[in-house]
Design a protein around this ligand. Structure first.
Ligand code: SF4
Ligand code: SF4
Length: 394
């Protein structure tokens, strides 16, 4: 089976240009009317990770939200709700809506914002590596006739990329997301959890905003990288394959995609993907830098016990930025953070390297740090990658 992935170049967030690009993006998939029928109630879930302005590229751009909400109404929707739940809401949800531009864009298109934290919840059951799991998600995801995901093209220090499959994690409201990090501390376990969650939710259409993407230390404090691309598919895994293709990343090196391949969910390789829309050659970008897969997770537990003190990646405070607000401490699922007179302090013996603290820090005062030995390993891996790239080009 071939999975259709639509690609569309879009060079700015000017609403007229985004309107046109969304129309062209959906056209090869059958248009919005393929997904929405008259009087349908629609739920749209963008990525609202941080309380930051749209130009920081940590959140789905409001122009993309506005264009998609409009398209839903044009296709006959009677109601359109827009919402997401960040890892932790400190203060009012409305502050997130306003700072990210979500509220203005949604209202301009005639939709309504939905507060996931206050809305009703529903339990869903699924299995992760054979173990039964019950997770609480927002009930609207089942009440809506159509659910659309609007993910952001970003990197992630734990899962390498945060794309269409991982966007489903936000259907779990509020602080409980951090507890799932604690339950599934290894990246392969966490990737399996997120994938099984995504498989259990009825999301029909997946659109990724990569006009202004984020690379390096994503998903909250990386570099803004202009990739000028929108990607859409009925399969979230296929959208993430599109992401990999555009930035030149091997899909099997992304832990979530690797798990999807293992359970045969979505395409298994690029041979299973049919790219439509803008010619793929015109969409390829250079210089998008994805963090390496954390090799510490590949080491067996009994070996890890001996070398944990020598090989680690974890959070580190950047000089003079911390204002001791305590948000990182409150979100940390491993209780590994204390706030002292000099700012946040991290207990490496407790830290599970989930990087939730980095995601919620409002001042981007936390960076990822590798131990000296890990830094050498990462450097050697880079050299090896460069050598193998050169060899391929010979
Ligand atoms: S590191 Fe960031 S989140 Fe943590 S206390 Fe400092 S400013 Fe607040
Ligand atoms: S210190 Fe940060 S990275 Fe470590 S467990 Fe706590 S939230 Fe996760």
């Amino acid at each position: 089976m071939k999975y259709k992935v639509s690609l569309q170049k879009c060079d700015s967030y000017d609403i007229k240009e985004v309107d046109k690009a969304i129309e062209a993006l959906l056209e090869p998939l059958g248009g919005m009317s393929k997904f929405i029928k008259k009087n349908d109630k629609v739920l749209i879930k963008p990525n609202m990770l941080s309380c930051k302005e749209p130009e920081r590229a940590a959140t789905t751009h409001p122009s993309v939200i506005e264009a998609v909400v409009k398209k839903c109404f044009e296709a006959g929707a009677s109601e359109v709700w827009v919402g997401d739940s960040p890892p932790a809401i400190f203060g009012r949800t409305e502050d997130f809506w306003n700072k990210t531009g979500f509220a203005k864009a949604t209202e301009a298109a005639g939709g309504k914002m939905l507060c996931f934290e206050k809305d009703e919840k529903a339990n869903i059951a699924f299995k992760v590596f054979g173990k039964g799991i019950t997770a609480s998600v927002i009930k609207k995801v089942f009440d809506a006739d159509v659910v659309i995901s609007l993910s952001k093209m970003k990197t992630h220090n734990l899962t390498r990329i945060t794309g269409a499959v991982k966007n489903h994690f936000g259907f779990i409201p509020g602080f409980s997301k951090a507890l799932w990090h604690k339950k599934f501390t290894k990246v392969d376990e966490f990737s399996a959890f997120v994938t099984e969650l995504a498989k259990s939710l009825p999301v029909k259409l997946h659109i990724m905003d990569g006009v202004e993407a984020m690379d390096l230390q994503g998903p909250a404090s990386g570099r803004v990288k202009r990739n000028n691309i929108l990607i859409a598919s009925e399969s979230p895994v296929a959208v993430d394959f599109g992401f990999c293709k555009v930035v030149g990343l091997k899909p099997e090196t992304v832990p979530i995609i690797k798990y999807c391949q293992r359970i045969n969910w979505g395409p298994n390789s690029f041979n299973d993907v049919e790219f439509v829309g803008t010619d793929i050659e015109d969409c390829l970008v250079k210089g998008y830098i994805v963090p390496p897969a954390p090799p510490v997770y590949l080491i067996p537990d009994f070996v890890l016990e001996f070398i944990r003190k020598l090989i680690w990646t974890g959070p580190n405070l950047k000089n003079n930025k911390c204002v001791k607000c305590g948000r990182c401490k409150n979100i940390c699922p491993a209780k590994a953070i204390g706030i002292t007179s000099s700012g946040a302090e991290f207990d490496r013996t407790k830290c599970i390297s989930c990087f939730c603290c980095m995601e919620v820090c409002p001042l981007e005062a936390i960076e990822m740090k590798a131990s000296p030995l890990m830094a050498i390993i990462l450097k050697l891996r880079n050299v090896r990658n460069i050598l193998s790239r050169n060899k391929k080009n010979e």
